[in-house]
Design a protein around this ligand. Structure first.
Ligand code: C5P
Length: 408
């Protein structure tokens, strides 16, 4: 079961070329288990056909105000009330002008006038149209009326021009949609999250690292952002798209990670830190300025390594009593026992322990089995869950602890 399972989403489609991107949104929502109802404007239907929308949504397309699907039904009222979320993509200049003045001359605008629940618009238009005072006035008024707006982005436009006006990408719209449906329990909170591996260079071409993919940290950042937190994400080299809205602090080595994390922790008054990064415990004692040459007569080579600073222990030592610090422990056998000892040694508030040798766990996997432990012997064991669900539970546990210590 995914977050979207069973949710009813109305997709309003305005008459702009970006309408082709809303097909991708419909496909992804359906794949994730949502019930999608496309409501194109008459102009929208000139860019995408009814047949395409029907096939992707797997149900009827609602387009005509005066021709309800069921005789006697008020499609615009029913859809406005039933939908968990309305997404307008693309929201054209004309559509937003009509919305801002409360017009209801087609099914979509009538539905929007009757709508009281969360509604998200993704504007798309030529940059000159977007920056025109009339459009800016309309968007400002719509925001005041409670409309959520994502984008537009800057970049190349279908009309050949370049500038601000491109519709946000489907992935970004879906993430904004998800945030619109998530209770903002962390609004006003700031989280520091570390993620990914570190890389410790031996010379200009070689380094020591580990298998961390950064996924657990990414899911944790996304869960915190969805709950309304501001997120500083200090991360080593990973191949993942940036979580929208996070302040990214890319680093390479453990020492760089320490400096970035400490600075964020102290200067930016974070409420909580979740350290998911797989920090290299040791680094080469010396980084050679030139590539290390193979010594043909020497069958062995010895490296001298120096211990890296322990960021988790340092942050915990500097926590002010209201701040919550949560570490991660990837163990291989005797996980719980080692984890309890680690919690005490590092002085953190919470430790998420997982046995990386258990099936479905560990580096690069999409799932994890976690036991979350706290001080005074508190513990909670979770079953095998997608990392996304682990992150959500973790955020809830930290929210509860923050609430006990320092209510917002
Ligand atoms: O000691 P171990 O590496 O198992 O501890 C794991 C936890 O400590 C993780 O939360 C990791 O991000 C953090 N850690 C750290 N600095 C280190 C080593 C680990 O912050 N040098």
């Amino acid at each position: 079961m995914s977050f979207w399972t069973g949710k009813q989403i109305v997709i309003g489609i305005g008459g702009g070329i970006a309408a082709y991107k809303s097909l991708e949104i419909i496909r992804r929502l359906r794949e994730a288990g949502a019930l999608v109802v496309p409501v194109p404007t008459p102009a929208g239907l000139r860019f995408v056909t009814e047949l395409t929308l029907q096939s992707l949504a797997g149900g009827p397309v609602h387009g005509e105000l005066m021709q309800p699907r069921q005789p006697g039904e008020m499609d615009h009222i029913r859809l406005a009330r039933e939908a968990d979320l309305v997404i307008i993509a693309p929201a054209t200049a004309d559509l937003m002008a009509r919305m801002a003045s409360g017009q209801a001359d087609d099914l979509l605008t009538a539905l929007l006038l009757a709508r009281r629940g969360p509604t998200l618009a993704a504007p798309a238009m030529n940059p000159a149209m977007w920056s025109h005072p009339a459009t800016q006035r309309n968007v400002a008024r719509l925001r005041e009326d409670g409309l959520l707006v994502i984008g537009p982005e800057s970049g190349a436009m279908a009309c050949g021009e370049s500038g601000e006006g491109r519709m946000a990408e489907p992935a970004a719209i879906l993430e904004a949609a998800r945030r619109a449906l998530t209770p903002p329990i962390l609004a006003g909170r700031r989280f520091l999250i570390t993620a990914g591996p570190t890389r410790e260079e031996l010379d200009p071409v070689r380094f020591l690292t580990n298998h961390s993919s950064g996924k657990m940290g990414w899911e944790t950042a996304l869960a915190a952002l969805r709950a309304g937190a501001e997120v500083d994400l200090v991360h080593g080299p990973v191949a993942l798209p940036p979580p929208p809205g996070a302040r990214l602090l890319p680093v390479t080595t453990a020492e760089e990670m320490r400096a970035a994390a400490l600075e964020a922790w102290q200067q930016r008054e974070c409420d909580a830190a979740i350290l998911t990064a797989a920090v290299a415990d040791y680094r080469p004692a010396q980084r050679q300025p030139d590539k290390i040459k193979k010594e043909h007569e020497e069958p062995e080579m010895h490296l001298t390594l120096t211990q890296n600073p322990d960021i988790l222990a340092e942050l915990s030592a500097r926590a002010n009593g209201n701040q919550v610090v949560c570490g991660f422990a990837a163990e291989t056998g005797n996980a719980l026992e080692r984890g309890r000892e680690k919690l005490v040694r590092k002085g953190c508030d919470l430790l998420a322990i997982n046995d990386v040798t258990a099936p479905g766990c560990g580096f690069g996997s999409e799932t994890n089995i976690v036991t979350l432990i706290g001080r005074d012997g508190w513990e909670e064991s979770w079953p095998l869950l997608p990392k996304e669900a682990v992150a959500e539970r973790l955020i809830r546990a930290i929210h509860a602890l923050l609430g006990q210590r320092h209510p917002t």
